[in-house]
Design a protein. Structure first.
Length: 318
């Protein structure tokens, strides 16, 4: 297939690009490099099956040659208010990527009679009142809260995707991505995994925002990409959760990173700096992914962290 990926230079977009090329497909990458990094794609320079467009997805996308699939991954994704790359500090760009970007991606798919996949998020569940979260749960979101620019952009994107599917007959997919980690995460985007690992490698206390009792479910990037690829090849149009159902507290997760980095300085609890609307619990119900896609994560959190620590250690030269 010939495939357009928006956000191709991002953490997930670059890994998905690699996977699609390895499967023999042609990829057209699109990125404006606000949060994506050119170096994530530098190894593809000269690859005849890959081309790169520098463009903001919120502007009209013109692709002349035929396309078989459009994958919309472009969006700021970090909830950090400490990092300039976090969506609280890129609110308008985040809303545009979710709204205008999805509209433009769907328009390209409609024009070329191509299939379309939306990268949505577990954040559409908000601070959930149902646990674990199945795809049938409608969520508990504050439409004007500090996280709303991301949550509501993705909720709108899902609604628009289904509107194009139902009204225009576009062959669509929606993946709801839960917390994912691995090589190529930006060191400066403020998310917990790169923050914790950098502090641990520098033998500093790991800073936790909130009590540390809030839970997350961390999925290694290769497992997530496998799930997305299987969803692409399926005929499923309704949303599918892709994430690791192993739930862990942020405090326990940070302690594991300290152990793997041989860091004995402990944790620094900063309860007052927790981002508003931060979900108290997060765990995917992956029954649909298991049933429809035959998918479940295979890489343990410990194994995935070992690879991620090695990557960041090299980047930091520690």
């Amino acid at each position: 297939m010939r495939i357009l990926i928006t956000g191709a230079a991002g953490f997930l977009g670059s890994h998905l690009t690699d996977r699609l090329l390895a499967e023999g497909h042609q990829v057209v990458g699109l990125d404006n490099f606000i949060t994506g990094k050119r170096e994530n794609l530098s190894h593809l320079e000269g690859n005849p099956n890959f081309s790169l467009m520098e463009q903001d997805v919120s502007t009209y996308i013109e692709i002349d040659d035929p396309l078989d699939f459009v994958l919309h991954l472009a969006s700021p994704a970090s909830p950090s208010k400490q990092s300039p790359l976090g969506y609280p500090n890129l609110p308008i760009q985040t809303m545009k990527a979710g709204a205008l970007g999805t509209h433009h991606g769907l328009g390209v798919a409609l024009k070329h009679k191509a299939k379309f996949l939306l990268a949505s998020t577990s954040e559409i569940y908000g601070d959930p009142l149902v646990h674990p979260q199945p795809e049938t749960y409608w969520g508990n979101c504050d439409p004007v809260g500090v996280r709303s620019v991301y949550d509501e952009a993705k909720r709108f994107a899902e609604a628009l995707t289904m509107a194009y599917h139902n009204f225009h007959g576009v062959d669509t997919r929606i993946v709801r991505i839960f917390n994912t980690f691995g090589p190529r995460m930006r060191l400066d985007d403020g998310r917990s995994v790169p923050n914790f690992i950098q502090q641990a490698l520098r033998k500093e206390p790991l800073t936790i925002y909130g009590s540390g009792e809030q839970t997350r479910s961390f999925c290694y990037v290769s497992d997530l990409i496998e799930g997305i690829y299987r969803l692409m090849l399926s005929d499923e149009h309704m949303p599918v959760n892709i994430g690791n159902p192993v739930e862990t507290s942020v405090k326990d997760f940070a302690s594991l990173i300290n152990e793997l980095c041989d860091n004995h300085t402990g944790l620094s609890i900063n309860a007052s700096e927790r981002l508003g609307d931060d979900p108290e619990r997060r765990q995917p119900d992956i029954t649909r992914a298991r049933t429809i896609l035959g998918w479940a994560p295979r890489v343990s959190i410990r194994e995935g962290l070992t690879d991620t620590i090695a990557y960041l250690r090299e980047k930091l030269s520690i």
